[in-house]
Design a protein around this ligand. Structure first.
Ligand code: EPU
Length: 422
């Protein structure tokens, strides 16, 4: 179990490449199961969550080869049972449910357990599969779904208490590709990762329209084929390094980004007084810290709103930005674990319900802190860049779930960081 030492008061400069999106890779790798032919997926980030997904695909019977960012999956014959010891490691393993049910008429998946960022039910995933005609039973902690005569298209509303569900929309869209007839997904998630999955499925031969809007229409087809695909850039990794550039940079350039995915982060950084400049085709962004930054208020929302996955990182930025900021998380109202750790570093933050009230301080001070989830850990790294002294971030495995070689990228920008065994 590694830990990260961050020697504070670093100045970041230079450029790095942003990796392929973790959250687009996971459902796209799962959707390769929809065909018996081999698919090749490129720019899959080398993070532990994509490795778990590949282990699950192997356990289901697929042949999997990985060579750096390129993954080849050949699922000629597959079994419908996803093993508990793998599924429990990653909540996103739920997204093999739709493909298994569509391809083999059965899926047995352990119910994902609790999660530090809040209660994360799967009721909408189940509702979606039932809407397509599957029967659902609980058996010793497993969800067992079956549709021996195949799935049938239907009109299904995916809106939950906290808005649309991303992986729920993915699961339904994947299952509907092989259902008889037409499926209409109302209140669909419109995140760029959903659009990337739809693009992949369309290449496979699926008939999908409306991805990226709140209403997706899928006309079922008989079968899908294996294809090749490049994953979109990781907008959350990009947003995290944009914040790093604003907090501790002297001119940081991020390459391989997509401006159209970074609108909400760009707006807040500019409102806070920082410089954000994209090149003409929106694939590179240059961040310059503002001379007199100021606090802002943000509230998370589904895309194109401000992403919950960037809430913790912006909270870290506001912790050292003069003035008062209010950060509200409407999607995961309990996702504020990073605040208690940042308070140990001298941040002035009051968490109340689903909001954090932050009074910016001039400097943070180093302390041993504990990473609690992926984005909370990234926030601690950002805070540590602005702290006096050496911050020790424990439980680094959280960050390794979703940030590809974060320590190497920080070193490349001139930060003083060391990964050491705990
Ligand atoms: N929800 C339900 N019922 C369901 C499913 C979700 O009530 O059956 C609720 C959730 O509890 C939450 C809201 O709906 O309040 C939205 O959750 P969603 O289902 O959209 O989350 P997800 O699809 O499981 C993905 C990302 C998360 C990201 C969320 C929201 C992946 C692999 N994960 O999760 O990413 O926070 O969408 O944008 O795509 C991360 O990368 O750190 C991460 C947690």
């Amino acid at each position: 179990m590694d830990k990260l030492l961050v020697h504070g008061d670093s100045t970041l400069q230079g450029s790095i490449n942003i990796s392929g999106s973790k959250n687009a890779s996971l459902p796209i790798l799962a959707s390769t199961l929809l065909s018996s032919q081999a698919s090749i997926v490129r720019r899959v980030p080398d993070v532990s969550d994509t490795n778990y997904m590949l282990q699950i695909l192997r356990a289901l019977g697929a042949e999997v080869e990985r060579s750096s960012g390129t993954v080849r999956v050949e699922p000629s014959t597959i079994s419908p049972e996803a093993p508990y010891d793998l599924v429990r490691k990653m909540r996103a393993s739920i997204c093999v449910m739709g493909p298994l049910l569509a391809r083999v008429g059965r899926a047995k998946i352990s119910l994902p357990g609790g999660c530090i960022i809040g209660d994360r039910p799967v009721d909408l995933h189940i509702k979606a599969m039932q809407g397509l005609g599957a029967t659902v039973e609980m058996e010793g902690g497993d969800i067992v779904l079956s549709a021996p005569d195949g799935l049938v298209g239907a009109e299904i509303d995916m809106r939950g208490k906290h808005g649309p569900t991303v992986l729920g929309t993915d699961n339904l869209m994947m299952a509907a590709t092989l259902a008889r007839g037409t499926t209409v997904i109302d209140s669909a998630a419109s995140e760029p990762e959903v659009v990337d999955l739809a693009d992949f499925l369309v290449k496979m031969g699926a008939r999908i329209s409306g991805a990226g809007t709140r209403r997706i229409v899928v006309e079922g087809v008989e079968q899908l084929k294996g294809v090749e695909h490049n994953i979109i850039p990781d907008r959350i990794e990009a947003g995290t390094f944009m914040v790093a550039g604003a907090m501790a940079g002297e001119g940081v350039t991020l390459k391989r980004v997509r401006a159209d995915h970074l609108g909400a982060a760009t707006d807040i950084l500019e409102e806070a007084g920082h410089g954000v400049k994209f090149n003409s085709d929106g694939t590179e962004v240059h961040i310059t810290p503002g001379a007199s930054p100021k606090g802002c208020d943000i509230s998370t929302a589904p895309f194109p709103g401000f992403p919950t996955d960037m809430q913790a990182q912006f909270t870290a930025m506001f912790a050292t930005t003069p003035g008062i900021s209010v950060v509200e998380d409407t999607i995961f109202p309990q996702r504020f674990m990073h605040c208690s750790e940042m308070k140990r570093m001298g941040a002035e933050i009051k968490v109340d319900g689903g909001s954090a009230l932050i009074r910016g301080v001039t400097n943070l001070s180093a302390a041993p802190v504990m990473a609690s989830d992926l984005r909370a850990s990234a926030a601690l790294v950002l805070a540590a860049l602005r702290a006096r002294g050496t911050t020790e971030i424990n439980r680094l495995y959280h960050i390794d779930r979703g940030y590809e070689h974060i320590d190497e990228k920080l070193l490349q920008l001139g930060a003083k960081v060391e990964r050491v065994p705990a």
